[in-house]
Design a binder for this molecule. Structure first.
Ligand SMILES: Nc1ncnc2c1ncn2[C@@H]1O[C@H](COP(=O)(O)OP(=O)(O)OP(=O)(O)O)[C@@H](O)[C@H]1O
Length: 273
């Protein structure tokens, strides 16, 4: 696992040469003293140990239906860190999460995982196995029991033994044999979170994870995020509500850009204004 720590910039990515001025110098120098050479060597060794970011959003833009949703988004995410996506309704938080999940492709720029473009099929095949996606649509099967709704995902993952402890931690221990249709909204959200825990994948993509949770539920969410990050896991979270986290990076997306008129719009309105 890489040590934690992350960089984020809304317009510019930090490159290794920004972090260490030595790196921007030419490697060979004929007139260097032994001390200078030694310092250069140490600097290069330090540079080599600088961990690569696990995820990089490299100047990512996204258009959907002739609308510019995201423009020139940059971020670097290291193991153990949290990236919080904030912004007004419609600013593109879910779109960005969907892009990180591989559902939408960037129209410009790229998303890199371990330095590789996730849209390349060989890369995506491995990358998707790292992801755990918590969406507003909860994907809960109402006819299954609470336990089976978690157990199925755990078994598909080739894991075992996590489901019950995860459900108990999320406060659903007494409901494990109930049909999921009996659950309230907040309990369904807790079930989703138990599924995250049971599947135990490193990159969590969370869309409004605290919606419908009561105060205790939010505390549990904060706790499992903390524990996940302690193990080197990554949390990327779109939220309007405050969720306490240590040193999160916050990426505030600007309000969506004005809609560009399509040919259909122009014909409907008898031409551009
Ligand atoms: N399937 C789609 N096709 C075309 N445009 C879409 C689609 N889904 C969303 N959009 C557009 O993308 C914009 C951003 O939507 P998104 O759901 O990413 O915003 P958000 O920041 O998550 O909003 P909220 O805070 O309301 O959840 C919306 O304003 C909408 O116009």
């Amino acid at each position: 696992m890489f040590p934690s720590g992350s960089n984020i910039s809304s317009s510019t990515l930090f490159s290794a040469s920004c972090l260490n001025p030595v790196a921007s110098r030419p490697y060979s120098s004929s007139a260097q003293s032994p001390l200078a050479q030694h310092k250069l060597y140490i600097s290069l060794m330090t540079l080599r140990k600088t961990p690569l970011p696990r995820l990089v959003l490299d100047n990512v833009s996204c258009m959907r239906n002739a609308q510019q949703i995201l423009r020139h988004v940059n971020a670097t995410v290291h193991d153990g860190s949290a990236l919080v996506l904030s912004g007004t309704n419609g600013s593109g938080k879910t779109t960005l999460l969907r892009m990180l999940a591989g559902f939408n492709k960037p129209t410009a720029g790229q998303v890199l995982w371990n330095g590789h473009d996730i849209t390349k099929s060989g890369v995506f095949h491995q990358y998707k196995l790292q992801l755990n996606w918590l969406a507003l649509k909860d994907g809960i099967k109402d006819k299954f029991t609470v336990r089976d709704n978690v157990l199925w995902f755990e078994l598909l993952e080739g894991k075992e033994g996590n489901s019950l402890p995860a459900l108990e931690l999320m406060g659903l221990g007494k409901l494990v044999n109930e049909k999921a249709r009996m659950l309230s909204m907040g309990q369904r959200k807790r079930l989703q979170l138990a599924r995250l825990l049971a599947m135990d994948r490193p990159i969590w993509l969370l869309d409004e994870p605290s919606v419908a949770l009561d105060g205790e539920g939010v505390k549990l969410l904060e706790y499992i995020i903390h524990e996940h990050r302690k193990k080197g896991g990554i949390v990327i979270c779109a939220t309007h509500l405050p969720i306490a986290m240590e040193d999160p990076m916050v990426l505030r997306l600007p309000p969506r850009f004005p809609r560009r008129m399509t040919l259909v719009d122009m014909l409907d309105r008898g031409g551009p204004d």
